[in-house]
Design a protein around this ligand. Sequence first.
Ligand code: HEM
Ligand code: CU
Length: 443
Amino acid sequence: AEIVGEETAELTLPPDVPPPIERDHATKLIANMEVIEKEMRLADGVTYTMWTFGGDVPGKFIRAREGDMIEFHLQNHPDNKLPHNIDLHAVNGPGGGAESTFTAPGRETVFTFRALNPGLYVYHCATAPVGMHIANGMYGLILIEPAEGLSEVDEEYYVMQSEFYTEGDYGERGLQPFDMDRAIEEDPEYVVFNGSVGSMQGENAITSERGDQVRLFVGNGGPNLTSSFHVIGEIFDKVHYEGGDRVQNNVQTTSIPAGGSAIVEFETEVPGNYILVDHAIFRAFNKGALATLAVSGEEDENVFTGQQLEQVYQPEGGAVQEIPQEERTIPAAETLEEQMEYGREVYTSVCQACHMQDGTGIEGAFPPIANSDYLNENPDRGISAVVHGLSGEITVNGETYDGVMPRQNLTNEEVANVTTYILNSFDNEGGRVTPGDVERIRE
Ligand code: HEM
Ligand code: CU
């Protein structure tokens, strides 16, 4: 195809994607990418010196058209400490451009390549030690739209998974240095979407409206792990697996290799929060690979009803009158020490699954009951959450939660003990709850 005209590409920071290409011809497209090394948030209280393409992790999203002649400018900021380069998987040519773009701090290099193959491609730094440059955040996505364009959708987002290998364990505060041994072992402390824990949660959640068509450009920067990419509660209507032309329909989980991608598309039929995860699930709930897609709009009971019934279940039929749990006897706790001991047993067997052993909960899903302003302001709320359950929006220590805590089937004694236990643990402000208090809240 003939090259007509010249323009400068608009690059976007995650989770945004540049607008679809309207051109019906190939052009000379100028792409400017500046490498910036800077300390950034990895998780609450945790920072990391990120090496970035364009100031964020993942790097800026590049959108071009099949046939474009891309003049690529790589600028290495003068304040940086190291040389960098770029290998774009969309390039046909040695090193994907790596040798051509080796750039010292305070320098700029330029090379040109033809976008021959449409698809969604990863780019990354390939300066030695390559693994370390990638582990420090040097990756992003470049989309080469096919000449005929992509189908029209309502929302497009840029999501990229990657791992961080820190010297401190998950959550350990402060500026965390890179840990080469952990990287070689492929044993990351963090697995995240878009460069940090919680990058797309709360007010930063990505959004859509009921009935919208959503397209996610999903990449995996690695450096090591393959992603089992999944959206809880959604089915991908279409997946351009491996970022190529072929489409697979009706997919639950798609595999995205390190240095690979996928384009997933689905309609959001039902309002609510949908959680993006790596379904290698400990990475999601224990290493950070969680993000939220918040869908607004009217319910559609033809697709999903929500809970319609919750009642006593008696497998033996009406003859069984007693709920066996009533017979369970635990010794009545007299002292605070006894309440704490019995309460801790209840906590371990019932509450810990969601609120975690140390009461810190799970960001975006289960609120902390450690040092909880919500609980300390009125301890009856703790009793009520346990005996009645709790749902709807609440704010705990400045974070909003909109989840559902199921009502727990526990005796008044047990509830008194477990709430006393949490009030006197995890930095909470203390207090005692009696079975009488529980009875009062139950009524
Ligand atoms: C909220 C305690 C079990 C999920 C809360 C709150 C307390 C609490 C005090 C209020 C918010 C806060 O202070 O952080 C307990 C205790 C439990 C228990 C003592 C055991 C007896 C569970 C379990 C789950 C769960 C098993 C998960 C299945 C939640 C959720 C919320 C919450 C999602 C927030 C609800 C909303 O957003 O409205 N819990 N919890 N809890 N809990 Fe639990
Ligand atoms: Cu680099």
